[in-house]
Design a protein around this ligand. Structure first.
Ligand SMILES: NC(=O)c1ccc[n+]([C@@H]2O[C@H](COP(=O)([O-])OP(=O)(O)OC[C@H]3O[C@@H](n4cnc5c(N)ncnc54)[C@H](OP(=O)(O)O)[C@@H]3O)[C@@H](O)[C@H]2O)c1
Length: 268
């Protein structure tokens, strides 16, 4: 069977919730999952961009709903999942994603920075998992995929909050994956390298301000430092998300897959 754009419809009828999905990597992941037959719930803080994303997927022919929720708020994940279950049924594939933390040096961080980042970069993942896991465990099938970052393995200068909290997410996911592996639910993460989205452009603008270069020059320098010699596309990251969501990845759990054009140098 084949779905939109000639993709294999290996997720036909599966309910997927993709958070942080009005733009960038979340939107690309949602589109790719829908192309494989998933019924998709898109989330972001809301507004015109989220509605535009919903329309885009609907125009692709997807069965799609959009639910606004700010994942940095403590009870947002539970409410979001409740609403999605009401609209589409139990969530079978969770893609846990949100906006990245601000650019800050470690020496400049105060308690308010940490508190905001712990909610927005770390806690939203366990909160989402807590909300979707009961039905996945009951059915004996589920996929949890977090969009994390290469910063978990190789700190990025100026991104102290990301460098500290992305590894915490992976520590949580690894522990969770082992606790529930026997129940048919896999837990993995993708680690994007430099991928062309609004976030990547925002980071380039922040560096450009400091160095006096243009954002395009920063992006070109970045590309030159990647073994593949280019910035990645959101669709390339989404392809890895789809693999981890697919039946083919049924024996892959507790893994963190870098999609980075060879940027990470370490063996592990
Ligand atoms: N792009 C890269 O090169 C790269 C590399 C490594 C890691 N990452 C990480 O991967 C994630 C996605 O990156 P991206 O480039 O796609 O980012 P992006 O272009 O900034 O998109 C972020 C998405 O998250 C949503 N969002 C932001 N805050 C939210 C909140 N509190 N609750 C719910 N939704 C929220 C945004 O929608 P609304 O504004 O509509 O809420 C948007 O849909 C980020 O955490 C980023 O740091 C990206």
């Amino acid at each position: 069977m084949s779905g939109a754009a000639g993709f294999v419809a290996d997720l036909e009828g599966r309910v997927a919730l993709v958070t942080g999905a009005s733009a960038g990597l979340g939107l690309a992941s949602a589109r790719a999952l829908a192309a494989r037959g998933a019924r998709v719930a898109l989330n972001s803080r809301g507004g015109a961009r989220l509605e535009e994303a919903r329309r885009l997927l609907a125009a692709d022919g997807a069965d799609v709903v959009a639910v606004a929720a700010d994942l940095s708020e403590a009870d947002a994940a539970a409410h979001l999942v409740g609403e999605v279950e009401g609209e589409l049924g139990a969530v079978e594939v969770l893609v846990a994603n949100s906006g990245g933390p601000p650019v800050k040096r470690a020496v400049d961080l105060d308690d308010a920075d940490w508190a905001a980042a712990i909610d927005g970069t770390f806690l939203f993942v366990p909160r989402l998992c807590r909300a979707v896991l009961p039905s996945m465990l009951e059915r004996g099938w589920g996929r949890v995929i977090a969009i994390n970052s290469v910063s978990a393995r190789q700190p990025i200068p100026g991104l102290a909050l990301s460098n500290a909290l992305r590894p915490a997410v992976l520590g949580y996911l690894k522990t969770l994956s082992r606790e529930i592996a026997a129940h048919g639910v896999t837990v993995n993460a993708v680690l994007p390298g430099h991928t062309l989205t609004e976030r990547q452009q925002e980071l380039a603008r922040a560096v450009a301000k400091e160095t006096g270069q243009t954002p395009d020059e920063i992006l070109a320098e970045r590309a030159a430092g990647i073994p593949a010699q280019r910035i990645g596309s959101p669709a390339e990251l989404a392809a890895a998300v789809c693999f981890l969501a697919s039946p083919a990845a049924s024996y892959v759990t507790g893994q963190f897959l870098a999609v980075d054009g060879g940027l990470l140098q370490g063996l592990l």
